[in-house]
Design a protein around this ligand. Structure first.
Ligand code: DUC
Ligand code: ZN
Length: 456
C-alpha cells in the first residue's frame, strides 16, 4: 500500500466508525477495523481525529470576468485556498462566450485551469449566455458535463423564454439546470430609483435586492421546472421565501434541489449598515445577506434535508477591486472569498453548535454534491474504489481565522478573527498529502473530472 491512515473516526453520510484506511494507486483500497498487518510506505496515526471525505465545492467563480473586473483567485490561488479549506474538488461556473459551443467553453476553461496549475480536482458547469448554441448541450454532456447554469439577472442573464428552453433541452439530455434566482426587472428598477435619489452607498445594494426579489424568482423557476417535470437546482439560497417555495415543491414530489452558502448562514444584513465604505463593501454579493430569521430557516432546512449542499459561491475580489464602487454601489464587484473557510465554519457553527450532525455535514459538503453532479462514487465518499480524497480533522485544535494565513488572493476574509472549533490537520488528494496544518505540500496535482448525469 502507499498509505495507511490509522485509528481515525471515519465519517460518512450514514455513520461514524473507528477504522483504518489503506490507499493504493490514488484510490481507497481497503477500510478495516485493524490494518496493522498491511504493509505501507507511509502510516499516519489519526487517533482522536475525524477522517472525512474530501469536500466538494459545487460553486466557485475562479478568474471570473465580472463587474468590470476579474475575480482575484484563478485556478492557481483559488484551488490552493480550496485545498487548505479541506476541499478536494471544485465545480467552477464558467461563462460561455458568445458564439462558443458549450463544449468549447468547457475545453477552454479546462485548458486555462490546467495552465494555472490546479491544486485540487475540478469540473466545469457551463454558464449559458448564448442560446443559439443550445443544440450543443448533448455534445457537452457526452464529454462529461452534467450541469448547466442560467442567471435570471445580470447583462449576461437569460430571458424567461430562454430559461424555459434550457430546461426543455436539459431534460432531454438528462442533465441538471442550476439557476441564480432574482427578479432582474424589479431589482434594476429599484437600483435606478435609488441612484436617481443619490442613494449610492453599499447599504442600497442590499435595499435594492429585497427578499421577495429572490423569493419570486425561485417560485417562477420552480413553476417552469414543474411544468416540464425537469430537475432544477437553485444556487445560493438566502431567503425564507425561497426555502418555503422549494419545501412546497419537494412535498409535491418535484425534483427541486438547493444549496446555501456559509455567508447566508452566518452573516446578516447588519454588515451593510457600517459607515465605513470598505467595511461594508467587502460584503457585497448577490443575493445579499438577509436577516437572522432567514438564517434560522436555512439552518433548519439543512437539518431536515431540504437543502442538499453548502457551497461557497467563491468569487473573491480584493479590497482595491471593491474600491471601484466608492460613491456608487452599482460599481462594486459582487462576491466573497469563502472556499478556504467553509469546512471549519460549518463544523463550528453547524456540528459543534448542535445544529447538524457530522454525518449531515458529510452529506452537505461531499456526498450530495458528488451525487447531484455525477461525480459519485469516484468523489464524495470514503469507500473502497473511490478516490482517496481525505480530510483529517482535529476537533481539539481550535484556531482563529485570519487573512494573514490564507492563500486566497482576496487579501481579506469575511470571518476575520472568528474562532473555529477544531481545524483541518491534513488534506489528501487522491492519496497525496496536499496540505499539512495549513501548509501546501503538493504542487499542481489537480485534474479535470468528467461526470455523468447524476441524482440524489
Ligand atoms: N453573485 C456574486 O455575488 N458574485 C458572482 C456571481 C453572483 O451571482
Ligand atoms: Zn455564483
Amino acid at each position: 500500500m502507499d498509505l495507511i491512515i490509522k485509528n481515525g473516526t471515519i465519517v460518512t453520510e450514514k455513520e461514524m466508525f473507528k477504522a483504518d484506511i489503506a490507499v493504493k494507486d490514488q484510490k481507497i483500497a481497503a477500510i478495516g477495523a485493524d490494518l496493522s498487518d498491511v504493509k505501507a510506505d507511509k502510516v499516519v496515526d489519526a487517533t482522536g481525529k475525524l477522517v472525512l471525505p474530501g469536500a466538494i465545492d459545487a460553486h466557485t467563480h475562479l478568474a471570473f470576468p465580472f463587474g468590470g473586473t476579474v475575480s482575484s483567485d484563478d485556478f492557481f490561488a483559488g484551488t490552493r485556498a480550496a485545498a487548505c479549506g479541506g476541499t478536494t474538488m471544485v465545480f467552477d461556473y464558467s461563462g460561455q462566450k458568445k458564439g462558443e459551443s458549450f463544449l468549447e467553453t468547457v475545453k477552454r476553461r479546462e485548458a486555462e485551469a490546467l495552465e494555472d496549475g490546479p491544486a485540487v480536482d475540478f469540473a466545469i458547469h457551463v454558464g449559458i449566455t448564448d442560446l443559439s448554441m443550445l443544440d450543443t448541450m448533448q455534445e457537452a454532456v457526452d464529454y462529461g458535463v452534467s450541469s448547466f447554469k442560467v442567471y435570471m439577472v445580470y447583462d449576461f442573464g437569460v430571458k424567461d423564454g430562454d430559461f424555459y428552453q434550457v430546461l426543455q433541452k436539459s431534460k432531454e439530455c438528462g442533465s441538471l439546470v442550476c439557476v441564480h434566482a432574482e427578479n432582474n426587472e424589479v431589482l434594476t428598477t429599484l437600483i435606478k430609483q435609488f441612484a436617481d435619489e443619490g442613494k449610492l452607498s453599499p447599504w442600497y445594494h442590499y435595499a435594492s435586492r429585497p427578499e421577495f426579489v429572490a423569493g419570486e424568482a425561485s417560485r417562477r423557476a420552480i413553476t417552469w421546472a414543474k411544468s416540464l417535470d425537469a430537475p432544477l437546482y437553485i444556487v445560493h439560497m438566502s431567503d425564507k421565501e425561497g426555502v418555503e417555495a422549494v419545501t412546497k415543491a419537494k412535498d409535491e414530489g418535484l425534483e427541486i434541489y438547493m444549496e446555501t452558502c456559509p455567508h447566508y448562514l452566518l452573516l446578516d444584513d447588519s454588515v451593510y449598515y457600517q459607515e465605513d465604505y470598505s467595511a461594508a463593501a467587502r460584503f457585497i454579493c448577490a443575493p445579499p445577506m438577509r436577516k437572522k430569521e432567514d438564517q434560522e430557516v436555512l439552518w433548519k432546512a439543512l437539518a431536515n434535508g431540504t437543502i442538499q449542499t453548502v457551497s461557497t459561491d467563491h468569487c473573491s475580489f480584493t479590497l482595491q477591486q471593491k474600491d471601484a464602487g466608492r460613491g456608487d454601489f452599482t460599481k462594486i464587484p459582487g462576491g466573497l472569498p469563502g472556499v478556504e473557510t467553509r469546512g471549519e465554519l460549518l463544523y463550528t457553527a453547524g456540528v459543534a453548535a448542535g445544529r447538524i450532525t457530522k454525518e449531515q455535514m458529510c452529506a452537505l459538503l461531499s456526498e450530495n454534491p458528488a451525487r447531484l453532479y455525477g461525480a459519485y462514487p469516484r468523489k464524495g465518499v470514503i469507500a473502497p474504489g473511490s478516490d482517496a480524497d481525505l480530510v483529517v480533522y482535529d476537533p481539539a485544535a481550535d484556531k482563529t481565522i485570519t487573512a494573514g494565513t490564507q492563500l486566497s488572493a482576496a487579501g481579506y476574509t469575511p470571518y476575520e478573527g472568528w474562532r473555529t472549533k477544531g481545524s483541518i490537520a491534513q488534506v489528501y488528494l487522491r492519496g497525496t498529502l496536499a496540505v499539512d496544518h495549513g501548509e501546501m505540500k503538493a504542487g499542481p496535482i489537480g485534474t479535470y473530472i468528467p461526470r455523468h448525469p447524476g441524482a440524489l
